[in-house]
Design a protein. Sequence first.
Length: 56
Amino acid sequence: MKREDCIGCQFCTDVAPDVFRMNGESAECFGDVTESNIDAATEAAEGCPVGAIEIE
Ligand code: SF4
């Protein structure tokens, strides 16, 4: 993810809390994307208002 683009809205950390967490004013990816959270991670990526999240 592109942390420099993050505006700290916390959408991703709300939607996929086992993948994303806040670190200071921006979110970071700290967990692995697995079958159990891929849907939430994808929703977070699609809903990020600045497109800072890419699922590979
Ligand atoms: S959804 Fe996007 S802008 Fe909002 S906290 Fe997550 S990475 Fe940052």
